[in-house]
Design a binder for this molecule. Structure first.
Ligand code: GN1
Ligand code: MG
Length: 357
């Protein structure tokens, strides 16, 4: 869409000042995100919500509205409140926190100034992130409203496994005959039963989780203190495995999730230990022993689930994740499968560390 079109969409919201520039922001794989600069006191983030993936935008925004309001209440009196929780603008016409022309869905939040996000973290930042996600879940543990699943069964491994098998049967892109695909299936399928067990049993309680806690979804100030978590579309009831496992999936990997150098992939124990320490401190008010016991499993489950999801998309012809080149999802799968193997090797070490806390 051209700048004039984007400008008229942004102006559906009560911005302070006139728009001076609109430029792309971040590297998300699902939504389109833009930075809207103004000559006023605030700049804004304009996002097109991918409604092919998020079918129920009303529910999605309900979750976000309730969660941000609840956190804002808890932070009342904190001078940094506007940096610690996202502020979404109400659309001029409807007062809702999104605008739609009936086909596309958009929202605007205030851009947090002097905040930084990273693609990698060191142990000190990892500890802060663990505390931040733990406290984020703790703050939402007593939210009065009922939140819904914006993508039903989003982190349900049994469903993800079923989707892989469906894609294999259909072979929509004719990629099942590729030796690389066969090698990945040989590496992943033997663990399917083991990885699906926890979801099939359903022994863990549901909590309100972020469900996309990639390293780059956390904003830090210049001193390395956490300000807030962003990218709240997948905020929904899930197991604590989600935030614990998915953060480490990006943070503990020595390389990026799409790095083709799979020999360099390694699951970093220093990042794991720091994050686990922070997370257990942050969740002290609600975490039960059975949830705590499952944290090392989560660190293995999430690379596995992501490998299954990337492979499903590759076999199905790249319809879900944005790709930059034809084999991108294949390379991502190889990377995540390598990370899974590394995490599995370190699982006994992780278990020993968690029980020492
Ligand atoms: C997607 O939009 P983004 O890049 O933050 C995905 C996550 C995956 C991630 C892999 C709604 O997140 O679940 O872990 O890509 N979000 C959705 O990079 O599917
Ligand atoms: Mg994101």
């Amino acid at each position: 869409m051209d700048t004039a079109g984007l400008k008229s969409i942004a102006e559906q919201f009560p911005l302070k000042g006139n728009i001076t520039e609109i430029t792309p922001l971040g590297n998300g794989l699902i939504n389109d995100t833009l930075l809207v600069r103004t000559d006023g006191s605030d700049d804004y983030v304009l996002q097109r919500i991918n409604n092919a993936i998020f079918r129920d935008v009303e529910l999605l925004q309900h979750n976000i509205d309730c969660a941000t309001a609840h956190i804002r209440r808890k932070l009342a009196g904190d001078p940094l409140v506007d940096k610690k929780v996202l502020t979404f603008l109400p659309c001029r016409d409807t007062g809702k926190s999104y605008w739609t022309d009936g086909q596309t869905y958009w929202r605007v939040s205030v851009f947090i100034k002097d905040a930084f996000n990273y693609e990698t973290v060191d142990p000190a930042y990892s500890y802060c992130a663990g505390k931040a996600f733990g406290e984020f879940e703790a703050m939402l543990a007593d939210i009065p409203e009922t939140l819904g699943e914006t993508i039903p069964d989003f982190h349900n491994m049994a469903l993800r496994a079923a989707q892989l098998h469906k894609a294999m049967e259909k072979d929509a892109a004719g990629r099942m005959s590729k030796p690389e695909v066969k090698a990945l299936l040989d590496a992943l399928l033997p663990f399917e039963e083991q990885m699906c067990k926890v979801h099939r049993e359903g022994k863990l309680p549901k909590r309100i989780c972020h469900c996309d806690p990639k390293v780059n979804n956390i904003m830090f100030d210049a001193d390395g203190n956490i300000l807030c978590v962003i990218d709240l579309d997948t905020l929904m009831p899930s197991f604590v495995l989600s935030d614990f496992g998915d953060f480490l999936r990006t943070a503990a990997n020595t390389v990026a999730e799409d790095d083709p150098a799979t020999d360099k992939v390694d699951f970093r124990m220093d990042i794991f230990e720091a994050f686990a320490k922070g997370y257990i401190e942050g969740t002290r008010s609600f975490l039960t022993p059975i949830e705590k016991e499952h944290l090392p499993f989560a660190a293995c489950l999430f690379p596995y689930m992501q490998a299954v999801r990337f492979l499903t998309d590759y076999i199905g012809g790249d319809t879900y994740y944005k790709i930059k080149y034809p084999e991108h999802n294949l390379v991502r799968t190889q990377n995540q499968a390598a990370l899974f193997q590394s995490a599995m090797k370190k699982r006994p070490l992780m278990e020993a560390f968690i029980s020492s806390l």
